[in-house]
Write a protein that binds this ligand. Structure first.
Ligand SMILES: C[S@@+](CC[C@H](N)C(=O)[O-])C[C@H]1O[C@@H](n2cnc3c(N)ncnc32)[C@H](O)[C@@H]1O
Length: 313
């Protein structure tokens, strides 16, 4: 009897919902109740509900306030309900449901072949890597190592209009997505997808700036992640050796690929502690982010040893 009463109330509640704003509040409550994990670029159930509802209506993520007061048609309501339901039942991150993600204010196509862009490095790109790069520094060549959907490489191309960018990844699946995004942004002349195991296929190329968000999630950490992360390609997350597998390789080889005034920027997330324990003598600088996130180091080329053996790894 109680169950019948509960269902009747739920139906009454649904019938009362009219405007987009009301449907977003309904969606947020359902996502909260279901305990979805919001770790893929949207901070809270309310943000996810708003993003999914706007997408269901064919609207961009930012709309003028009066839009939230408009009443939805029956078809629109159904589209919103369907997306919220899929988000809960499939535990699939919102970006994989909509096939789009936003990074540095730019739109990217994403699917399950690539990690969903969310790196705090976006904030550094928006600032032109100041104060670590002088505003007048000559930045002609940039390398994005582990490019995924190409978001860092492409955002760097906008931030440094004179630069040529290599977008490297070992995954041919990821490179197919990166290639598509490069084309959609009309940057085929300046952003080059490269199939490479870290620096292996780059020959003797030297860069003014190397940026990387490599895999850095240790197997133990990976096992404890919420179900949403299992939709992402494991090769984009997993790294052995306490999460340091790729980070240490990058540190060993970076100096050889940086110009003397060059800069290395790497996201290491929770592997920071292990990294500082392993290489206490490297003068890592850890930028603070106003938009959230942490675990990104900046190192000038001059701080890296010329001989990789000097790292003692
Ligand atoms: C954490 S994801 C970052 C993707 C993208 N740069 C971003 O920030 O959203 C790491 C990427 O590194 C790639 N990767 C893994 N091992 C690699 C290797 N040995 N050489 C080059 N790329 C690699 C993965 O395929 C994945 O696309």
């Amino acid at each position: 009897m109680d169950e019948v009463k509960r269902l009747r109330e739920a139906v009454r509640e649904l019938k009362a919902l009219q405007t987009l704003g009301e449907w977003i509040r309904w969606g947020a409550a359902r996502l909260e109740e279901a305990g979805v994990c919001c770790g893929h670029g949207l901070a809270a159930p309310g943000d996810e509900a708003a993003y999914l509802a706007l997408h269901a209506l064919g609207l961009p993520p930012e709309v003028p306030a009066p839009v939230f007061d408009t009443a939805l048609t029956a078809g629109e309501r159904q589209a919103v309900v369907d997306l919220i339901r899929r988000r809960i039942e499939e535990r699939r991150p919102a970006a994989y449901l909509t096939r789009e993600a936003w990074f540095c204010g730019l739109r990217f196509y994403v699917d399950e072949r690539v990690l969903i862009p969310r790196s705090p490095i976006a904030e550094l790109i928006d600032a032109g890597f100041a104060p670590w790069l002088e505003p007048q520094a000559e930045v002609r060549r940039i390398l994005d190592l582990g490019t995924g959907c190409g978001c860092i490489a492409i955002a760097c191309a906008y931030a440094f209009p004179e630069a040529e960018i290599d977008a490297a990844d070992l995954s041919t699946d990821a490179l197919a997505v990166a290639r598509y995004n490069i084309r959609r942004h009309g940057l085929g002349q300046r952003v080059r997808p490269v199939h490479s195991d870290l620096f292996a296929a780059l020959g003797g190329a030297r860069y003014d700036l190397i940026v990387s968000n490599p895999p850095y999630v240790s197997p133990q950490e990976l096992a404890g992640l919420p179900p949403e992360y299992r939709h992402e390609p494991e090769h984009g997350l997993r790294a052995g050796d306490e999460g340091l597998e790729y980070i240490l390789r990058i540190l060993r080889e970076a100096r050889r690929h940086l110009r003397p005034h060059g800069l290395l920027v790497v996201e290491v997330g929770a592997a920071r502690e292990a990294l500082e324990r392993r290489l206490p003598f490297l003068p890592f600088v850890w930028p603070e982010f106003t938009r959230g996130g942490e675990g990104v180091f900046v190192l000038p080329a001059s701080a890296l040893p010329t001989r990789p053996e000097a790292l003692g790894l």
